[in-house]
Ligand binder design. Structure first.
Ligand SMILES: *[C@@H]1O[C@H](CO)[C@@H](O)[C@H](O)[C@H]1NC(C)=O
Length: 190
């Protein structure tokens, strides 16, 4: 059911006048997700320190999220914020939650004006890093996104090294990731 929905969404994208740049030929990596995923431990502030370019996020630096577990029975109310390329502080809010179709660490991103996409926590230790893969496949094409989340706002912290190894082990191209700047002028209000 979920796969059907996601494919339908991607068909809409692929059959638009021009294929967006992020839809490329290829297959999604078949990643393994974290066992016994604990939503409560995962909640709180995470900083994106390295990502595959994502057109659904209007910000380029200082990107951070608050995963609030208490607002939903099973899932997160998520606020993500950061600065755009024109230095505006922007914010987006939505939900990320497990579904009955997959293990708990394979969640669904449900944000307004954003394509429904998976949020697969490949690995996390809850207090340092979280390596997230989000890829939609359709008929030989893929829209592939990835996120390295850190509990600290460091562009090159321990999360970066750990997740690079995790992505590599799961067949995800780590060269596609770009680091997210977390400079002294960042503010974190999500
Ligand atoms: C990995 O990503 C880099 C940067 O986007 C790209 O140039 C390269 O072709 C990719 N390699 C594979 C095997 O897809």
């Amino acid at each position: 059911m979920l796969t059907v929905l996601l494919s339908a969404a991607l068909v809409a994208v692929v059959s638009a006048d021009s294929i967006p740049q992020f839809v490329v030929p290829g297959k999604c990596a078949n990643v393994l997700v974290q066992n016994n995923f604990d939503l409560h431990q995962y909640s709180g502030r995470w900083y994106q320190t390295s990502i595959i370019d994502n057109p659904y996020q209007p910000f380029t630096r200082c990107i951070h999220s608050n995963f609030e577990n208490s607002a939903l029975d099973n899932g997160f109310q998520v606020t993500t914020a950061g600065f755009s390329s024109s230095n505006e502080y922007l914010r987006m809010m939505g939900k990320i939650y497990p579904t009955k179709d997959f293990p708990a660490a394979h969640m669904l991103v449900d944000f307004p004006n954003t394509i429904a996409s998976p949020f697969q926590v490949i690995a996390t230790d809850y207090h340092t890093y979280s390596c997230v893969y989000s890829c939609i496949a359709f008929d030989g094409y893929k829209a592939e996104f990835g996120f390295i989340y850190s509990r600290t706002p460091q562009t090159s912290g321990p999360a970066t090294d750990k997740c690079a190894a995790v992505f590599r082990a799961n067949g995800v191209n780590v060269s596609a990731f770009k680091s997210v700047s977390h400079a002294a002028d960042c503010v974190y209000r999500a």
